[in-house]
Design a protein around this ligand. Structure first.
Ligand code: PMP
Length: 396
């Protein structure tokens, strides 16, 4: 017999979520996650994917993956430190280091995993971490896992960061202090103030950690937020995902050789979890090669993002203060936001609503993620649908 306690826990909590309309129903795609997708037999313009450059469906990546499957099979067969390190793992790591302008890099199974791995490999209960209040869930969990004292600073508030860095330093309570931030914040599309963060880090000898999941492939002509600010030699940890602009799956840390050497002997997902598959690795290598050879896709992404932003702004929508292709369309009221997203969907645009508690109450938005793969016709069609539904609901 299975646990009655578990049954009542699950029933109570699932019913509670469903009752409050917060139970997330997942719509499976019947197509690749490209600029147009098919859900329940219906074609929709896709403005919800992180496939920023359209590389998730790129023919060159698919060919590289197929060839790797032929050569190496479908699984790495073991964790990296036993005999699951293929020569192409090392090739990927070399490419990542070149891509990020660092001495070395280490690949993980996902960006989430990477944050779980990297923070706890260097920080412990005698340390402190200064963490932006809007950092991603995987950073928060990675910080918790380390058992270091977590000190949150107000979002991108450099006065607050400086004051807290000073207080933590002067308290004499901590061995090491780290400052950790997203490179690009995924809900509003704003960029971390890295030059000021580096200045404060230098003043107080803080370890710097930037998660550039939404900046890689997007800022710095594709090289990421750190390169965008010309700070490649000033950030200790540049971490990122291989699942968004890169188009595949996986995560990485790029930094000094000694840091990567340490992560290879101390970070637990590297030591105890089987690595990326041959197909993933080969596709990631090809993707990074494409990004390093040409800025064409990056330029197209920005062109499309600016086109969509202009179109929505001209219609009278509030698109916030995004500095990146992430384009929120801020509606405010939670119920109205959800209704708006549903109506857009019915008319042919897939753009997800994001409401409290993911964003502050009263700032519900439909978040649009344009990509390099959208055509102008697709964007025009989407803007037309925004106009129709916006007028119909009295939002513009
Ligand atoms: N960090 C940030 C800032 C992210 O936005 C995400 C993805 N939502 C991740 C980490 C996790 O990356 P992955 O999907 O590769 O696990």
């Amino acid at each position: 017999m299975t646990s009655k306690k578990l049954d009542s826990f699950l029933d109570e909590n699932l019913n509670d979520l469903k009752g409050r309309g917060l139970y997330n129903v997942i719509d499976p795609l019947e197509s690749p996650n490209g600029p147009k997708i098919k859900i329940n037999g219906k074609e929709l313009i896709n403005l919800s994917s992180n496939n920023y450059l359209g590389l998730a469906t790129d023919e060159k990546l698919k060919k590289a993956a197929r060839e790797a499957v032929e050569k190496y099979g479908v699984g790495a067969g073991a964790v990296r430190t036993i005999n699951g390190t293929l020569d192409i793992h090392l090739e990927l790591e070399e490419k990542l280091a070149q891509f990020k302008y660092t001495e070395a890099a280490i690949a993980y199974q996902s960006g989430f995993n990477c944050n779980m791995a990297a923070i706890s490999a260097v920080m412990d209960k005698n340390d402190a971490i200064l963490s932006d209040e809007l950092n991603h869930a995987s950073i928060i969990d990675g910080c918790r896992l380390s058992k270091a004292k977590i000190i949150r600073f107000n979002h991108s508030d450099m006065d607050d960061l400086r004051a807290k860095a000073k207080e933590a330093t002067e308290s004499g309570l901590y061995n090491k202090i780290m400052v950790i931030t997203d490179g690009v914040f995924s809900m509003d599309g704003d960029i971390a103030k890295l030059p000021e963060i580096v200045e404060i880090a230098e003043e107080f000898d803080l370890i710097t950690y930037v998660d550039d999941a939404h900046g890689s492939g997007v800022l710095g002509k594709g090289a990421g937020t750190v390169k965008h600010f010309g700070l490649s030699d000033k950030i200790d940890f540049q971490i990122g995902t291989l699942s968004k602009a890169i188009g595949v799956v996986g995560g990485y840390v790029a930094g000094k050789q000694s840091l990567i050497d340490w992560l290879k002997v101390r970070s637990r997902p590297f030591l105890f979890s089987t690595s990326l598959t041959p197909a993933d690795i080969a596709a990631c290598i090809k993707s990074i090669e494409i990004l390093m050879e040409s800025t064409e896709l990056n330029e197209k992404l920005w062109e499309n993002a600016n086109y969509l932003k202009d179109g929505l702004k001209k219609l009278g929508f509030d698109i916030g203060e995004s500095e990146t292709p992430i384009t929120p369309c801020i509606i405010g009221d939670e119920v109205k936001t959800q209704e708006f997203s549903k109506r857009l969907n019915e008319e042919g645009v897939y753009a997800k609503s994001i409401v409290f508690p993911t964003v502050p109450r009263g700032t519900g938005r439909v978040r649009n993620m344009p990509s390099a793969a959208h055509t102008t016709d697709m964007l025009d069609e989407a803007i037309g649908i925004y106009q129709k539904v916006g007028k119909e609901m009295g939002l513009i």
